[in-house]
Write a protein that binds this ligand. Structure first.
Ligand code: ATP
Ligand code: PRP
Length: 213
């Protein structure tokens, strides 16, 4: 029987996901923090993890290079991949927000410029409000943009709020809640139904346990 391939986002979600798998008895013995390997097998040879950049997880799953993936809702919204989103994993919690200098609160400009790692999310949000914006795509340190006059505001992830605070910025508008999601390739959902369903159920029971305790 072929293994179930799991695309795992490198970075913040990596250890949280491995911990969830460990709870349900799926362990990857070769997976160590300082390893440069990108493919890992579980000890029972049922699952294979491929370690990919967070923003690439939806692509691997949509194309069927991986059967399932673990990725933030933020990345799913930005990527727009055609995958089944089957489970809210409850970890990796943060939110999308519009942020900026306090004086931007009442900026009604019809030429608002918005810097973001998530230009699609930013456009969709303002489009729903009937406001057209100019987006500036950045790949990090987004909080710099309004400080040095690159944009009026930013659309970014806020977790503790520390990055905003230390740079004199504040949340101007909340957009939506974010957490890690389990996504499944549409064809794999049919061809590997039993194994994927049982994996989903096992993970669900771990999440429920965590919510109760
Ligand atoms: N403070 C946070 N900042 C960013 N992402 C967070 C935060 N807290 C939780 N997350 C979640 O963790 C996911 C992975 O974040 P991570 O920083 O590892 O990757 P990334 O930002 O997409 O990659 P990179 O930093 O390489 O561009 C995010 O997509 C988001 O869902
Ligand atoms: O509310 P906080 O707890 O401060 O977390 C939010 C910050 O974390 C993320 O940045 P990240 O650390 O991924 O750095 P980068 O996007 O600048 O690379 C995000 O883009 C914010 O800048």
């Amino acid at each position: 029987m072929s293994e179930v391939k799991i695309a795992l986002a490198k970075g913040r979600l990596e250890q949280l996901t491995l911990a969830a798998f460990q709870e349900i008895g799926i362990e990857f013995p070769d997976f160590t923090k300082d390893s440069r390997k990108l493919i890992f097998e579980d000890k029972n040879h049922q699952y294979q993890i491929v370690l990919v950049k967070a923003s690439d997880v939806p692509t691997y799953v949509e194309k069927g290079a991986a059967d399932i993936g673990i990725v933030g809702k933020d990345t799913l919204l930005e990527n727009g991949a055609d995958v089944f989103e089957v489970l809210d994993l409850g970890f990796g919690r943060c939110k999308f927000a519009v942020a900026g200098l306090p004086e931007q609160k009442n900026n009604q400009s019809s030429k608002l410029t918005v810097a973001s790692k998530y230009p699609k999310v930013a456009k969709d949000y303002y489009h729903k409000k009937g406001i057209s914006i100019e987006t500036i795509k950045l790949n990090g340190s987004v909080e710099l943009a309004p400080l040095i006059g690159l944009s009026d505001v930013i659309v970014d992830i806020v977790e503790t709020g520390r990055t905003l605070k230390e740079n004199g910025l504040e949340v101007l508008e909340d957009i939506s809640e974010i957490s890690a999601r389990l996504v499944v390739n549409k064809a794999s959902f049919k061809t590997k139904t039993d194994r994927i369903h049982s994996l989903i159920q096992d993970i669900e029971s771990v999440i429920e346990k965590q919510t109760v305790s």
